[in-house]
Design a protein around this ligand. Structure first.
Ligand SMILES: C[S@@+](CC[C@H](N)C(=O)[O-])C[C@H]1O[C@@H](n2cnc3c(N)ncnc32)[C@H](O)[C@@H]1O
Length: 217
């Protein structure tokens, strides 16, 4: 599915989020804070849009994804300190404790087994290293959440069908956001995978949540 949407992926993101994705990515880059040569894994990195913000702040970054279509679009624009690597979140092709910071933006929801991905991320993070997850979430105010779900189910697929030849991918987007666990439930899953000090904060009223945690030791 992601191979098919790769060419227009970033354009659609900007349109469907009304440009708010830039703000969310800036928040992720500040949370990752991988300056001074730290090694960052950006998992499910797609075209590497988030990864570029990390290298601009002085990190070295491995952008890993299992969609070669997404990686190829990203690799057309090389950047110093950024490597694109094919790999599956469920069996990461990296040695234990290889990274200072691991992060995943709008990707965990798409991985088939959330717990396994969180355990793999833990395995490849050095003791004391950090996890940053940026994912669509739920608005704590129920009335607002109802309105937002109507946008997801109605407006979003209608706009996407005009801008993309793969409109069904955007039906999937709406459904996967609706079915994704609430902030607190995801925090529990992160802790259950072995991460400590789990915290989160909402961006744009909870449309997106940023979860952070640390590898013990
Ligand atoms: C919505 S895109 C997010 C891309 C990018 N992180 C961003 O912020 O724009 C989700 C990505 O997750 C990737 N993905 C889904 N399951 C994966 C897996 N098991 N291993 C690696 N990547 C996966 C898809 O290929 C896709 O590129």
């Amino acid at each position: 599915m992601f191979d098919r949407v790769a060419e227009r992926y970033d354009l659609l993101n900007d349109a469907l989020s009304l440009g708010m994705d830039h703000r969310w990515r800036r928040a992720v880059a500040r949370a990752v804070d991988g300056g001074s040569g730290q090694l960052v894994l950006d998992l499910a990195a797609g075209t590497g849009t988030s990864s570029r913000a990390f290298v601009r702040r002085g990190a070295r970054c491995v952008a890993c994804d299992f969609s070669l279509g997404m990686l190829s679009v990203g690799a057309r624009k090389p950047a110093a300190g950024l490597a694109f690597v094919g790999g599956d979140a469920l069996v990461l092709p990296f040695r234990n404790e290889a990274f200072d910071v691991v992060t995943i933006s709008f990707g965990l929801r798409n991985v088939a087994d959330t717990g396994q991905a969180l355990r793999e991320l833990l395995r490849v993070t050095r003791p004391g290293g950090r996890l940053v997850i940026c994912e669509f979430s739920h608005l704590p105010v129920h009335r607002l959440n109802d309105l937002y779900e109507r946008y997801l189910a109605g407006v979003l697929p209608a706009v996407a069908s005009r801008l993309s030849r793969n409109a069904e991918a955007y039906d999937y987007l709406a459904e996967s956001i609706r079915d994704w666990p609430a902030q607190q439930v995801l925090a529990g899953q992160i802790a259950a995978a072995g991460w400590s000090g789990v915290s989160w904060r909402n961006l744009t009223l909870g449309v997106v949540a940023l979860h952070e945690a640390r590898r013990p030791g």
